[in-house]
Ligand binder design. Structure first.
Ligand SMILES: C[S@@+](CC[C@H](N)C(=O)[O-])C[C@H]1O[C@@H](n2cnc3c(N)ncnc32)[C@H](O)[C@@H]1O
Length: 208
């Protein structure tokens, strides 16, 4: 049976109340196509390539409900830690991954204060950067967990399409995301790392 360890005294988190709604939307082809001009297949393929790149320890930060990644993590056999501030999201991840994946552990913790010792050959962080006012601080925290020669893979929503830009502004006004950034602005904020924007979703892989 899966269980969730906590470095946050099992505190509540904003995504606790959004977990069910997020799960409904995140894999929807219509939602992704209409609002973000992107595809759940691209998103999953990016995660699949990261998870398949190596067989060393893997850290997935802001793993959420693992809607796109649960089956990949369950099948990989890699020692894997899924981190999120939201217990409700991690519970959904645990349900999806199931009881037959002892190589996967679930940890409620803050990405900027990870109680881990690093050494991960792959660090994955999908859909989290656009929540941060200071994305470089998050990338620094992710890189600190990567083993020498390891890779940090990130994805983020960016203001690359008219409708995506408008929706990000609405979400920003509601306090859900940081101020919208284009892919070029996000790249600059991250010291010039190369981003591959597909619709409003940008992807990057950073070698340590
Ligand atoms: C947009 S969801 C992405 C979930 C998942 N990676 C995916 O792609 O479906 C963002 C997740 O990041 C989590 N989160 C937000 N701030 C965090 C932080 N400071 N540390 C760890 N997780 C955080 C939220 O609880 C939420 O589950």
């Amino acid at each position: 049976m899966w269980r969730i360890d906590s470095a946050l005294d099992e505190a509540g988190a904003p995504y606790d109340r959004k977990a069910a709604g997020y799960d409904r939307l995140v894999r929807s082809r219509t939602y992704n196509r209409l609002l973000w001009k992107t595809s759940p297949d691209d998103y999953e393929a990016f995660a699949a390539a990261a998870i398949a790149e190596d067989d060393g320890p893997l850290l997935d930060v802001g793993a959420g409900s693992a809607a796109a990644t649960a089956h990949l993590h369950a099948a990989s056999g890699r020692p894997t830690v899924l981190v999120d501030t939201s217990r409700a999201m991690l519970e959904r991840a645990g349900e999806r991954i199931g009881d037959d994946a002892p190589h996967v552990s679930l940890l409620q913790a803050d990405a900027l204060a990870l109680p881990l010792e690093g050494g991960f050959t792959t660090v994955l962080c999908m859909g989290l950067l656009h929540l941060f006012d200071d994305p470089a601080a998050l990338v620094d925290a992710l890189c600190a967990q990567a083993a020498p020669g390891g890779t940090v893979h990130v994805s983020a929503l960016v203001a690359e399409t008219a409708i995506g830009r408008r929706y990000l502004r609405v979400l920003h006004r509601a306090g859900e995301v940081a101020a919208p950034r284009t892919a070029a602005e996000l790249s600059a904020a991250l010291g010039g790392i190369e981003l591959d924007a597909r619709g409003s979703m940008a992807y990057a892989s950073i070698r340590r």
